[in-house]
Write a protein that binds this ligand. Structure first.
Ligand SMILES: Nc1nc2c(c(=O)[nH]1)N[C@H]1C(S)=C(S)[C@@H](COP(=O)(O)OP(=O)(O)OC[C@H]3O[C@@H](n4cnc5c(=O)[nH]c(N)nc54)[C@H](O)[C@@H]3O)O[C@H]1N2
Ligand SMILES: Nc1nc2c(c(=O)[nH]1)N[C@H]1C(S)=C(S)[C@@H](COP(=O)(O)OP(=O)(O)OC[C@H]3O[C@@H](n4cnc5c(=O)[nH]c(N)nc54)[C@H](O)[C@@H]3O)O[C@H]1N2
Ligand code: SF4
Ligand SMILES: [Mo]
Length: 750
């Protein structure tokens, strides 16, 4: 007998609602939930393979603990005993900074990853914090922090209503979108065109998204900040800047005009390889469109001027009056956002409150660059202790961060390492203890992060679709127990962690004049919380305190967990609307158009005007049926065009003697890899492309299908020294490489 259950898909940022078919405890099918308030039935090949991803036999079922050098199956008690002993010994001997924490991408896709890491970091008090953000979107956080005073205030393009979309370094037809949560991104782009709107794509590759565009600019990698600065220049020069309703909320317009003066379309043309006429047209079209949104993603972030490019994306939205207006780029308002406080000056955003020990990289948003993780472990300095113990959750930096080989060795030298991860992979194979979370079908789901980035305000929650398998712990409890073990409270009831957070949050809320619970008794409020588990009670609390919440009875028809459970397909909270000045947390209470750190970084951009282009540079690419480093183990999602090949333009191939299908050696500052060439004019001349997340050929892993077609680790071409200095974000795109044809025959790739 089969049954169905609803589950929000955790496999990418689109957060589609799925209807799972379940036989016994196994997920045997998945289709789009047509009644889902947000995704309305959309599903992609990854979502359709939910059952295979969920039921992968290589997923770990029990904890592993290293004994006599070998990882062996163990009980949860043995595992947490080992964590307590391993982490506490390092803290006591070397201090909290000797414990590193690495949080990878899938934390943003689990309730555990949203609710518990902040408690872990606060409890440990370590500054050795590294996340996937610094190989991804940290430049956007920094630009938002500087412009709006809040690193998490990220405007998203109003995809459903805009008349003109300028996409920079994003390929949502394969990625399904990022920092812009929209189910059926492809359908939304087609709808934009159908209603007479225009789509422009800036990408060195002719991607599937670029093919859909009215205009595709194959820019030279790494030079978007120059192009965008030139567009801003044109808006000023031609009197096209029109701030509309934004004017009273801004400061620094004259300074901004002055700052972009040197960046004329003519001055940037050679560096970007974009004709001055084209740049002028881009700026004029943006200004002329009734509404328009500029949106930049990976290709605009993981580059040497990532923060400047991210800042300029918003500057263009602002100068054309498109920030914070329907059809432009808007600030979402999620159901679990904190109670909106009254607008006004706030504490602002500060960078570089401390620095990394070895290379003195400034912190950003409390994090150090993931690129610096290896050196923070393997290099001693006078400044303090290297990292001796590491806690990782949902992170595979050996493949996803620069110079995996060095990190691989560094991890081997640690005194202790614990990983929350379903797989024994390139990173977790170094752990002393591996704590496997249950598969997604056995976990509850709510998107804390992605709802703050969604193109429509809405809220959904799904309880586990399948009961927890015997012997498993929920990931939330694994995290709670890990926190207790690592912070000297080993063995305490894991619900203590949730109670602590609830007590603190309510304690603060009752003191805030703008809170609906101002003046009430936190204990009384805690007693009112509904939910079967700690995390459910925390969700209930956040919903009820939030902008749409019932305020613990103040607004009886407001949101609560009970209300959400009564709406299994979600609750629609309406289209995005104008919100300024409320989201601003700058010291001035305004949008600060030319913040000092940005102004200080502009000379570096000016210097890039005269830089001679590298002969050959590398960029990445994503494949629809893949996801970073961990989905190559699912047979249904591999093969076909999802292969680790080097895309190279026919002109470059000819010049370098590279034949289609033949092996090429790619050499970068961090090392070299050999991969089969795929000669294609989808990349522009002078650019080659390799996907990331491959390189599954290390011993001691347990990802049997991935190992049959391992591919190569593109990040081995990097040595970790190339960063965007403001954000600490790794430069992963536009990296100089050398290519040589390999004469010996490579075994055929399947
Ligand atoms: N060259 C290059 N490198 C890149 C990129 C690029 O474009 N080019 N992209 C970068 C980007 S944007 C990102 S976000 C990073 C991603 O890189 P990482 O942050 O390393 O994330 P993933 O590779 O997605 O997955 C990491 C781990 O999460 C585990 N995992 C899966 N599901 C769960 C779960 O439910 N719970 C737990 N605890 N663990 C789980 C997987 O087994 C895997 O070990 O890679 C970056 N690296
Ligand atoms: N199928 C699939 N979906 C995913 C993921 C996945 O691995 N697979 N990963 C998820 C994650 S973690 C993220 S962060 C998102 C990322 O989402 P996207 O940003 O949409 O991801 P990409 O497909 O890498 O698109 C980046 C594009 O930037 C281009 N590019 C490279 N360098 C430059 C440059 O200098 N300038 C410009 N203008 N373009 C450049 C590349 O050619 C590429 O087409 O995707 C998410 N969704
Ligand atoms: S688009 Fe993303 S969220 Fe939607 S089904 Fe595919 S992987 Fe899942
Ligand atoms: Mo990412």
């Amino acid at each position: 007998m089969s049954r169905t259950a609803l589950r929000i898909c955790p496999l990418c940022e689109a957060t589609c609602g799925l209807t799972l078919t379940i036989e016994g405890t196994r997920v045997t099918g998945a289709r789009g939930d047509r009644d889902d308030v947000f995704s309305k039935g959309f599903i992609c090949p990854k979502g359709a393979s939910f059952g295979a991803v969920d039921g992968d036999p290589d997923r770990l079922r029990t904890p592993l603990v290293r004994k006599d050098g070998e990882l062996r199956e163990a009980t949860w008690e043995e595992a947490f005993d080992a964590v307590a002993a391993g982490v506490r010994a390092v803290v006591e001997r070397h201090g909290p900074n000797a414990v590193g924490v690495v949080l990878g991408n899938p934390n943003v896709h689990t309730m555990a990853g949203a609710l518990y890491p902040p408690v872990l970091l606060a409890g440990l008090g370590t500054r050795s914090v590294f996340t996937a953000s610094t190989v991804d979107q940290m430049p956007k956080h920094v630009s938002s922090g500087l412009l709006y005073g809040d690193a998490n205030a990220i405007p998203v393009p109003d995809l459903d209503h805009t008349d003109h979309l300028l996409l920079i370094g994003a390929n949502p037809l394969e990625s399904n979108g990022s920092l812009c949560t929209a189910a059926d991104f492809p359908g939304k782009l087609k709808a934009l065109k159908a209603r007479g709107g225009t789509l422009t794509v800036i990408d060195p590759r002719r991607t599937r998204t670029a093919k859909l565009a009215d205009r595709h600019i194959a820019i030279r990698p790494g030079t978007d900040a120059l192009l965008l600065a030139a567009m801003a220049h044109v808006l000023f020069e031609e009197g096209l800047a029109d701030l509309g309703d934004l004017a009273p909320h801004l400061q620094g317009l004259d300074e901004l005009r002055e700052a972009v003066r040197d960046f004329t379309p003519e001055a940037v043309a050679a560096a970007c390889d974009v004709d001055a006429d084209v740049t002028r047209t881009l700026a004029r079209e943006l200004a002329a469109a009734p509404t328009a949104a500029v949106y930049g993603r990976i290709g605009s972030c993981t580059v040497p001027h990532g923060t400047l490019a991210s800042w300029l994306v918003d500057v263009l939205d602002i100068l054309t009056g498109n920030l914070d207006r329907p059809g432009g780029a808007l600030f979402p308002q999620a159901a679990t956002d904190r109670t909106p406080r009254p607008a006004g000056p706030s504490h602002g955003f500060t960078l570089g409150r401390w620095h990394s020990r070895v290379s003195q990289h400034p912190e950003a948003k409390g994090e150090l660059p993931l690129s610096a993780l290896a050196e923070e472990i393997d290099t001693a300095t006078d400044e303090g202790e290297p990292i001796r113990a590491l806690i990782t959750s949902a992170a595979n930096p050996v493949l996803s961060a620069p110079d995996g080989d060095r990190l691989d060795k560094a991890l081997d030298s640690l005194d202790f390492m614990v990983s929350i991860d379903p797989y024994l992979n390139e990173t977790t194979r170094h752990a002393t203890v591996v704590l496997p979370p249950p598969p997604p079908s056995q976990s509850p789901h709510h998107d804390f992060a992605f709802n703050t980035l969604a193109v429509r305000n809405q809220v959904r929650y799904t309880r586990p679709a399948v009961p927890l398998e015997p012997g498993r712990l929920p990931e939330t409890e694994i995290f709670a127990r890990l926190i207790l073990a690592a912070t000297g409270m080993h063995g305490a009831d894991p619900s203590a962690v949730d109670d602590l957070v609830i007590g603190q949050t309510l304690g603060k809320a009752v003191k805030e004049a703008h809170s609906p619970v101002h003046g009430r008794d936190p204990k009384e409020l805690a007693g009112l919380l509904a939910g079967e588990t700690g995390p459910e009670r925390r969700l209930d609390m956040m919903l009820r305190l939030g902008p749409y919440g019932d305020g613990f009875g103040v607004r009886p028809d407001g949101l609560s967990l009970a209300r959400l459970l009564a709406h299994p397909h979600g609750i629609d909270l309406g289209p995005l609307g104008s919100r300024l000045p409320q989201p601003l947390k700058t010291r001035s209470g305004k949008v600060e158009l030319l913040p000092q750190p940005i102004a200080d970084d502009l000379p570096r951009l000016r210097a890039a005007l005269d830089r001679l282009p590298d002969e050959l540079v590398l960029v990445g690419r994503r494949h629809l049926r893949s996801n970073n480093s961990w989905m190559h183990n699912v047979p249904a999602l591999t093969g076909g065009s999802n292969r680790c090949t080097l895309h190279i333009h026919p002109e470059d191939a000819e010049r370098l003697g590279v034949r289609d299908g033949a092996a090429v050696r790619v050499k970068g500052a961090g090392g070299e890899v050999t991969a089969p060439a795929e000669v294609t004019d989808a990349v522009r001349p002078g650019v080659v492309s390799l996907p990331h997340g491959w390189g599954h050929d290390r011993p001691g892993t347990r990802m049997s299908h991935a190992a049959t077609d391992p591919g190569v680790n593109v990040n081995q071409l990097l040595d970790g020294s190339l960063l965007d200095p403001l954000s600490g974000n790794a430069v992963l795109n536009g990296v100089p490489v050398e290519i040589t044809a390999v004469t010996e025959k490579l075994s055929p790739v399947t």
